[in-house]
Write a new protein. Structure first.
Ligand code: SF4
Lengths: 239, 181
């Protein structure tokens, strides 16, 4: 259904549509940063498309990508035709996509959230302030290089030495497993667990994806090899 | 109540005790609460306050929405960094003697919110008397906490304490499927 939108955008913008895809029926169009507002505005105004329903606007951080660090992603739908489309663009750190707050007013807060969480400013936004965090907050927490265990308390923490807590509470408060230490990973390491947990070597594991996949595959094959003769034996006895 | 002495004067009976004991006894049976409810644990708090569990049996049914009139601060739910100043300020406004109960895992230690936005336990900001583990805790655990708090008040003991699990079947009637007797 949404293929029509992709076709229409292709016909209208030609070369300026950089990429299209329809993985799992989700149609997506990638455009350059400078075409961002124009394409969005066209989708809304065009008589065939009428993408009048702003669903969400967010961003994705790819710290390892050289060309452009962020993807800005817009999801819209048409209440007339029911078509859905995802519009995506790439932005370098510090680049400012145009604001869509003038196109869909719903984009206003979404863009503030992207600014709050990722530090991407939107050019022409009427009120570019943090929306969820407080003004005193330094940095943007959904950037992957934001230190994993860094909190910025507004009230200084008490001296906790006098807190005589019993299990289950204590030093290992919170759930610091499954943290990815991006700082070390970006500098070439591949530690899975945050520096705070580094001492507990037992909890560290390497996570080179292909390596992990190979290990899993090897384990599966090993098990199949073990189980195969047993199965055969069972079948044999059954007969 | 602490040490009681009964004086029988032939038809007239007098009972004596220490003034401090009497005071603590009065305090522990008239806890006015300030519910600082921020998250899903609030449901269990409501359930505890409702007739089925009936927190009124402990003289603690009256919520006061002014911290100046309350004795116990119930911190119920996740406390974000942004709420830190608010909860601290409310606690500061309460008149002594005052107690704090951390209701649920979030209020006790941050729970599974291990991130930049959640205070890992409200005790990082204000002192806590009783911790109730559970996500959310059952009303029985809340009542256990209240009774623990009463004991602590009577004994004038400010050491923090965690509500222990009910491991003894007799203390958890209904769970084993037999006898509420
Ligand atoms: S402890 Fe569980 S139920 Fe209670 S506030 Fe936290 S997440 Fe919600």
């Amino acid at each position: 259904m949404s293929q029509a939108v992709v076709d229409r955008l292709n016909a209208q913008f030609g070369e300026r549509v950089l990429e299209t895809s329809d993985a799992f029926g989700d149609h997506e169009v990638v455009v350059a940063l400078k075409d961002w507002v124009e394409v969005a505005q066209f989708m809304k105004d065009d008589g065939d498309l009428q993408m009048d329903h702003f669903i969400d606007l967010t961003a994705v951080d790819y710290p390892e990508r050289e060309s452009a660090r962020f993807d800005v992603v817009l999801m819209t739908r048409s209440s007339v035709t029911g078509a859905r489309i995802r519009l995506r663009t790439h932005a370098k750190d510090g680049e400012e996509p145009g604001s869509l707050a003038g196109t869909w007013s719903g984009a206003n807060w979404a863009e503030r959230e992207v600014w709050d969480m990722f530090g991407i400013k939107f050019n022409g936004h009427p009120d570019m302030r943090r929306i969820l965090l407080y003004e005193e907050f330094v940095g943007h927490p959904l950037r992957k290089d934001y230190p994993i265990d860094k909190a910025q308390p507004l009230v200084p923490y008490r001296e906790v030495s006098d807190i005589d807590k019993l299990p289950p509470f204590g030093i290992e408060e919170g759930q610091p497993f499954a943290r990815i230490d991006w700082e070390s990973r970006l500098s070439g390491g591949d530690n899975q667990v945050s520096p705070a947990l580094g001492v507990q070597q037992g909890q560290r594991r390497t996570l080179s994806d292909s390596e992990a996949a190979q290990q899993v595959q090897a384990r599966i094959e090993e098990r199949m090899a073990q189980e195969a003769p047993e199965d055969a034996a069972e079948e044999g006895s059954g007969e | 109540m602490g040490e009681l002495r009964v004086i029988d004067g032939g038809g007239e009976v007098a009972v004596t005790t220490r003034l401090s004991d009497l005071l603590q006894w009065a305090r522990k049976w008239s806890l006015f609460q300030y519910p600082f409810v921020t998250a899903c644990c609030g449901m269990e708090f409501m359930s505890t306050a409702a007739p089925r569990y009936d927190i009124a049996r402990f003289g603690a049914e009256a919520p006061r929405f002014s911290p100046r009139q309350s004795d116990v601060l119930w911190v119920v739910g996740t406390i974000s960094q942004r709420q830190g100043p608010a909860v601290r300020r409310i606690w500061e406004q309460m008149a002594d003697p005052k107690w704090v109960v951390a209701f649920g895992t979030c209020a006790s230690c941050g729970g599974f919110y291990d991130n930049y936005t959640t205070i890992p336990g409200v005790d990082k900001v204000i002192p806590v008397d009783v911790y109730i583990p559970g996500c959310p805790p059952r009303p029985e655990a809340v009542l256990d906490a209240l009774m623990l708090l009463q004991d602590k008040i009577q004994a004038n003991d400010r050491k923090p304490i965690v509500v222990p699990p009910r491991l003894v079947p007799e203390r958890a009637p209904g769970r084993t499927g037999e006898g509420n007797s």
